[in-house]
Design a protein around this ligand. Structure first.
Ligand SMILES: [Zn+2]
Length: 218
């Protein structure tokens, strides 16, 4: 396949490279972890397997069919099925971001978290940008068990926290998917700072009002 026939133009490739680099430079996607994807009706472009998000090559980004058949660029991330699970459930969403960011992973290992919404409503921004954050049990990366759990969690949310692994979010644009995983990381960091100190979180009424004003999208 020719570079120009993939359905993903220079601008969208440049945006993925730039956002990957920004996440890496701020320590949010260390080493060769994390992945980003965007999709059209027919195809998905995702960061390659074993890629460092800080050093992506726009011409080597992996392109697959919507079913995951490799069409162009380097081989796709092994976590592509997690992205596909979110896309299937949220037809208006065209991008996914996934991070192994430190605070989100740390929180995912703690006992006593709610599985339907792992983090308390610390700030209105978390409620607006992330909504609910279901927590799923650990399963090996690349396993069908992990994919099935993500698909189940996606029934009720655009975002998922995977135990001992990291965060995953889908949104109508790559920028907003990245905003969501950054918001999860920030909320997780605040949660770790506040844990055990009897903090005040947003009340039920304030959360209900935010959810009325900013309803979770399909
Ligand atoms: Zn991962």
């Amino acid at each position: 396949m020719n570079f120009d026939d993939t359905g993903f133009d220079d601008a969208v490739r440049a945006q993925m490279v730039q956002l990957g680099s920004a996440l890496y430079d701020r320590g949010l996607t260390p080493g060769r972890t994390g992945n980003l994807s965007v999709r059209t009706d027919d195809a998905i472009m995702i960061t390659p397997t074993n890629a460092c998000l800080g050093r992506l090559d726009p011409r080597r980004l992996a392109v697959t069919s919507i079913d995951g058949v490799h069409l162009d660029g380097d081989r796709p991330s092994k976590e592509l099925p997690l992205h596909q699970a979110l896309y299937r459930r949220h037809p208006t969403c065209t991008a996914v971001a996934h991070l192994h960011s430190t605070s989100a992973v740390a929180v995912s290992c703690l006992p006593g978290l709610r599985t339907d919404d792992a983090l308390p409503p610390i700030t209105p921004y978390f409620v607006m940008r992330v909504g609910r954050l279901p927590l799923i049990d650990y399963a090996a990366p690349g396993s069908s068990e992990l994919e099935e759990q993500v698909a189940r969690a996606a029934e009720h949310s655009r975002s998922v926290l995977m135990r001992n692994h990291g965060s995953l979010a889908t949104a109508p644009s790559l920028e907003s998917a990245v905003d969501a995983v950054e918001e999860i990381e920030e909320a997780a960091r605040l949660y770790l700072i506040l844990e055990g100190r009897s903090p005040t979180y947003l009340g039920e009424e304030a959360v209900a009002e935010l959810r009325r004003q900013f309803p979770p999208a399909a």
